[in-house]
Design a protein around this ligand. Structure first.
Ligand code: CA
Length: 369
């Protein structure tokens, strides 16, 4: 006991001594105590409106748990889209160091990296649980990091919306002919598919979708699913709500971090950031699962939204176009080919397993006596 008291007494003296010398000269303030107490301030820019349901809230949740897990040593401040930089400049802002961190989705950066959508979602691709398996345990994450590495950006998965909705339309889609000439807000590779089907895809950030649809700047729009679409009031601007979201079967949200800012963190804070991303990922996926179904009931019962399923032959044709689009995008670059190869090999394996587990179970729910 005596020895322990002596050590802590010496420690306390040393800490007090170093703190008092810090107050005399801040420049010499390099003791362990000072390092541990130093507050690092980060800015997080996002592609979502401030506090937007599920996604913007996901960014806030991530920042809050980093702050709390680090005991306030790493203070992350969230900026909604347009507050510091426009939504679609999030990646550039993190790459240049204007912000240390970003929150969005990789498919927004396909103009810069054509194979980036593989890490968000691709049409008729992996669902939420499947893409988590590929990213975290199937080799996807290593390729994602390699893709962003030349930009000095480090990616993390921070959530998933699950299967989205096909979108909001003001005319019925009875055949692929009805898509011809259609101007639609649809990002990622889904937009490429729409283009090849004869439509005109438009990339508009989430916060501007309602205005674009209401003013007729676009004929149709997809955003996420009932939870977000209800909050955004999209039911006021279109009559028909189509499913399923063939173009986004398991959309992954990303956190991106400036590599130099990450490297400058002490190891324990690096681990806190990484584990906070895992926690945020689980939280967001659970939130979408829980809230989409209650929002769907509000849309149907209170707002009389007409829910319609895309015809089978439209889905079959879109799937065929999608397969070609995904392959073409992958063939654009050497890394794209490797990403495609890894994704496809994993998809084949996971689907043969899910055919006798998840999908077989889902089928059993539709059986009647
Ligand atoms: Ca979407």
């Amino acid at each position: 006991m005596k020895r322990r008291n002596f050590i802590s007494a010496v420690g306390a003296t040393a800490a007090i001594g170093s703190l008092s010398s810090c107050s005399n000269s801040e420049k010499n303030c390099s003791t362990d105590t000072a390092t541990k107490q130093k507050v690092i301030k980060w800015k997080m820019v996002t592609t979502w409106p401030k506090n937007f349901q599920g996604l913007g809230e996901g960014a806030e949740f991530l920042a809050r748990i980093i702050n709390e897990m680090s005991g306030g040593r790493l203070n992350v401040k969230v900026y909604g889209s347009g507050e510091l930089v426009p939504a679609l400049q999030t990646f550039d802002a993190v790459s240049s160091g204007t912000a240390e961190m970003g929150h969005g989705a990789s498919y927004y950066w396909k103009g810069k990296m054509p194979s980036a959508p593989f890490f968000t979602t691709v049409p008729f691709g992996l669902n939420a649980t499947e893409i988590q398996g590929w990213l975290l345990k199937g080799g996807g994450y290593e390729l994602w990091r390699e893709l962003y590495q030349p930009f000095g950006v480090r990616p993390y998965t921070v959530g998933n919306t699950g299967v989205q909705m096909a979108g909001w339309f003001n005319k019925k889609i009875k055949s692929l002919e009805d898509i011809k000439g259609l101007k639609m807000r649809i990002p990622g590779l889904g937009g490429e598919v729409l283009d090849r089907a004869g439509g005109t895809p438009v990339l508009i950030p989430g916060g501007e979708v309602f205005t674009a649809l209401e003013t007729g700047a676009v004929d149709a729009a997809e955003f996420v699913g009932p939870y977000n679409d209800l909050a955004m009031g999209l039911y006021k601007a279109a009559k028909y709500y189509y499913y399923p979201g063939w173009h986004e079967p398991g959309t992954t949200a990303e956190a991106i971090i400036n590599q130099e800012a990450f490297d400058a963190l002490p190891e324990d804070l690096q681990m806190i950031v990484e584990q906070a991303c895992h926690a945020a990922s689980l939280d967001m996926q659970a939130e979408f699962t829980a809230k989409n179904n209650s929002a769907l009931q509000v849309l149907i019962n209170e707002h009389q939204v007409q829910l319609l399923k895309l015809p089978d032959d439209v889905l079959i044709k879109l799937r065929k176009i999608s397969e070609q689009v995904v392959e073409d995008i992958a063939n654009n670059s050497e890394i794209g080919k490797r990403i495609f190869k890894s994704y496809n090999a994993y998809k084949k394996q996971v689907r043969s397993w899910h055919a006798i587990s998840e999908y077989a179970y889902n089928d059993s729910l539709r059986l009647s006596d």
